[in-house]
Ligand binder design. Structure first.
Ligand SMILES: NC(=O)c1ccc[n+]([C@@H]2O[C@H](COP(=O)([O-])OP(=O)(O)OC[C@H]3O[C@@H](n4cnc5c(N)ncnc54)[C@H](O)[C@@H]3O)[C@@H](O)[C@H]2O)c1
Length: 405
């Protein structure tokens, strides 16, 4: 019997996650809800993959009232996650919430408590954890190869960073780039640390985007440089991304000029995270880089790791420390082969959810993982504004999920 999937969000990421569930052959999308009926036509090709024939509805209650759904995917814009996920949990259904889990730590704490109360699982769409190079790093750390993890530096170069400035993420109000994109890498680091983040300090500036008075109120669609300007809507390399069009003009349009002066999110940042186990991590992100590259160096009491997580040939190298903290022989650690989006993480994560559901196991990143990611992003943004280190509050509830449900 296939697992039943309900989708909230009929196009974009929601439809893609629906497709991934259908492609497992062990799950099928049975109902799709969206506020905009036009979305169904855009997403249909995806959520009907493999012969699925879901009902499409603009009535959320129709989805919440179904009793044949094992998971409901919340694949709508970030600021809608909390309210929608809350209703799904209150309807006693397991929920896959796209990242970020919520917009604030307080909201995430509420969902954690609510999920526990209703005995349902929450899984957050930070699929990079499931990318094989990332797993290789985790396995080396968790197998104690580096000893006690002490210090790490993570450098994130983002070649398509301008696409965030085309959208509402150009404003802190909508989460900015830390909550929207940085959260993937924050979640990855949190997972490696295997310990709660307790304090965060950040500095950041706008180095390239924003800040041009002549770009005030400009949309790419009205600009004669659309399609030639390297940062315009028509230049975005992904046709899938452009498929839904630039959207209605206004806050949520997809084609704001990246140089608009009212953009207040940063395009480069240095964030320092302290973990309860003593690990200290420096995460630096550059959103105007010409290449995509995620690289990490980590030092422990018994050795160090260096990893390049993306590109055609990801590398994870372990170097043991020998007597007197001298370098031993470096060893390249094996990385499972992979294909598909987000370093193979998209499909692997969905397959893991299906397998864990069948086995009655908890899937990670779970509610508490999602909460820690949101907390680091939120308090980093606060620190960037305050210029001071910010303590991350402890979770408001004893919310460690049960081992199985
Ligand atoms: N995990 C990843 O790698 C990844 C990648 C891309 C996007 N995302 C996340 O997926 C989510 C969706 O992103 P997207 O680009 O597809 O968004 P989007 O703006 O394309 O919206 C998706 C759909 O949600 C619908 N929608 C909006 N508000 C709604 C509401 N209140 N109720 C019901 N439907 C509503 C829209 O009509 C649209 O069809 C975001 O949270 C984003 O951060 C995650």
């Amino acid at each position: 019997m296939k697992l039943g999937i309900g989708l909230i969000g009929g196009m974009g990421r929601g439809a893609f996650v629906g497709q991934l569930f259908n492609e497992t052959g062990e799950a099928e999308v049975r109902i799709v809800y969206d506020i905009a009926p036009g979305s169904f036509a855009v997403g249909r090709e995806r959520f009907e993959t493999g012969g699925a024939k879901p009902t499409c509805t603009t009535d959320l209650n129709e989805l919440l009232g179904r009793d044949d759904l094992d998971w409901v995917v919340v694949g709508t814009p970030d600021h809608t996650h909390y309210a929608l996920a809350r209703q799904v949990i209150e309807a006693a259904k397991n929920v896959f919430i796209e990242k970020p889990m919520t917009s604030t730590t307080a909201e995430a704490d509420e969902l954690c408590a609510l999920a526990r109360k209703h005995g349902v699982q929450v899984v957050v769409g930070c699929e990079l954890r499931y990318s094989p190079p990332v797993e290789t790093v985790r396995e080396a750390l968790w197998a104690d190869r580096v000893g006690k993890p002490v210090s790490a530096v993570f450098v994130h170069q983002e070649a398509r960073g301008y696409t965030y400035f085309l959208r509402n993420f150009r404003k802190r109000r909508w989460g900015g780039v830390i909550m929207q994109k940085g959260i993937h890498y924050i979640d990855m680091i949190n997972d490696w640390a295997d310990s709660p983040p307790i304090r965060v300090t950040g500095t950041a500036t706008q180095g390239v985007f924003g800040g041009r008075p002549e770009a005030a109120g400009q949309y790419c669609r009205d600009c004669r440089e659309n399609g030639t300007c390297a940062f315009s809507f028509d230049t975005v390399p992904s046709p899938t991304w452009r498929k839904g069009g630039p959207r209605e003009k206004g806050e949520h349009a997809f084609d704001h000029c990246v140089f608009m002066p009212d953009s207040d999110t940063e395009d480069n940042m240095h964030i320092h995270i302290d973990y309860a186990n003593g690990l200290r991590v420096s995460y630096s992100a550059i959103y105007f880089a010409p290449i995509n590259r995620k690289e990490v160096w980590l030092w422990g009491s018994k050795g160090s790791l260096h990893a390049v997580l993306d590109g055609p040939e990801p590398v994870v190298e372990f170097t043991p420390f020998v007597a007197g903290m001298r370098e031993g022989q470096p060893e390249r650690l094996p990385i499972e082969s992979f294909s598909g989006g987000h370093g193979g993480g998209d499909a692997r994560m969905v397959r893991a959810i299906v397998a864990a559901s069948r086995a009655g196991q908890v899937v990670r990143p779970h509610a508490l993982d999602g909460r820690h990611g949101v907390a680091v992003a939120e308090y980093a943004a606060k620190s960037i504004l305050s210029g001071m280190p910010e303590a991350i509050p402890l979770p408001g509830d004893p919310i460690t999920p049960p081992d199985s449900l």
